[in-house]
Design a protein around this ligand. Sequence first.
Ligand code: FES
Length: 371
Amino acid sequence: MKENEPEWIEVGAATELSRSSLAPVSVGEARVALSCVGGEFGAISNICNHVGGPLGQGRLDGDYVVCPWHQWKFHRQTGAGEPGFEADRVPSHAVKVVDGRLYVSARPVTRRGRLAHPPLPLAREPQRAPGPVRVAGISTTAMDPNNPRYSTSDALLTSALEGARASHGAEVKLVKLNDLGFKHCGGYYSRAARACTWPCSITQMDTKDELVEVYELIVHWADVLLIATPIRWGAASALYYKMVERMNCIQNQITLHNNVLIRDKVAAFIITGGQDNVQAVAGQMCGFFGELGFVLPPFPFIGHSLGWTAEDMERNVEFVRMHEGLHAGARELAARAINVSERLIAKSMSTGHIERGGRKANIPSRAPHSS
Ligand code: FES
């Protein structure tokens, strides 16, 4: 072998390998993303710079390999990042065809390089700032902003927040999901567990993602979360589900890293509808937010429904508007949640991690008890 000549490893017949435009291939101990365009081969590391996605399982966009996890791009032959991000590069290997056989250098001929990606503010360690109890209200009803209507769930949420501020000196914030621009969950966890990241991969990639506001509230700002939803066909609203799917990344931090982001926080719910399914909707909400780490107060939800037989919706808005008992119930719900929150602030229950036995994605590693 000549000096500076790489050590070559024979990978296979060039004709056969050229049938696939992009595939992961083993080269000795290395895994490369092997590509072929117009008969020209390229080989770069199979491991993406972002969080290790398998580049060879991605797709080609011209001469760029697109990572299947979050779509970062690397030149298929040089490994350089896409234009503007060239320095964010993966190692590339030399390739040659001799007598119809493809050879790839055992070692990369260029190095990995990483551009500094400053962490998003969301990624900071959750730590409660001193001050009064902070109550965040999240409205999940859909609304045409040009033709606003009276929303029963919003009305009760507003009463709850006003009660929290006026009677308990709480700081309050209201967020209406309807006003935020945010994408649906991309289902990254379904591709590979590690592809689901905190902060959410969508937030990392989309500078216009306005769900940041909700993440900030629930992970960092709020002590108490009040979520209001209408019932739609026996379930919480579509916007509610769009939001909770995007919260997979919070729950998956526990699954993947035993990192509990929700610490010493309380959640309670307001559910209104024209048909009765309040308890089932409440069950889902209590279950989901409990799984994130929220603590529930006694009687963690209030509901209102006109029921199956007397679904006289013409009276519904007026009923909620005039029914002082419902608004008092909303204020008391906030009061119960604040009461629990004050105890948690005074005496933390959170450890930042949990014992994994019996939890999701836990493979028991300890020997069983001997009796
Ligand atoms: S883009 Fe490759 S792992 Fe995220």
